[in-house]
Design a protein around this ligand. Sequence first.
Ligand code: GLN
Length: 199
Amino acid sequence: MGVLALQGDFREHRRMLRRLGVEAHLVRTPPELDAVDAVILPGGESTTIARLARSSGLWEPLASRLAAGMPAWGTCAGAILLASEAPGLDREPLGQMAMRVRRNAFGRQIDSFEEMLSVQGLAGAPYPAVFIRAPVFEDLGSAVEPLARLPDGRVVACRQKSLLATAFHPELTDDSRLHALFLAMARQALATGAAGPAA
Ligand code: GLN
């Protein structure tokens, strides 16, 4: 399991994976990307991560690995990069998940908040979702399955085959269920060879 480590809260993802017994590889270069089978794109600043991914030569290889079916999970800024449309991003996103991402959907007044969410696929209590200058996911394509919504109906977690997107930050909580879910998704996709093109 790799974690894109150009900017943002990649250390927190690594800490969470460690709790689940998985040692994550930090990905900063094309050879480091070659060495992993699945990747987490962390929260942070999507414009910065995109810029650094270009300057480090990671953007194209990342796009082609994703297009070839590599399992990936984008949290917040990472989810913005996975989308097919991200108005306000200063470049085209990676374009792997058929949805439009509305950046900073909660405005300046409500910069961050926590919401207990019911997430499809997670057993037990509601999930404590931490939102920080978060996006929402709109106009989902038919292959994209919503997994969680805010009380007003807006989609904040979704899945397309072995791609997962969350508008919130599971790496900043104490609840490892979403990391466990993504590990299971990735393992299953890799074991069954189902990691074909996601679109
Ligand atoms: N608002 C940020 C962006 O657009 C994302 C914030 C986050 O990752 N917490 O990139």
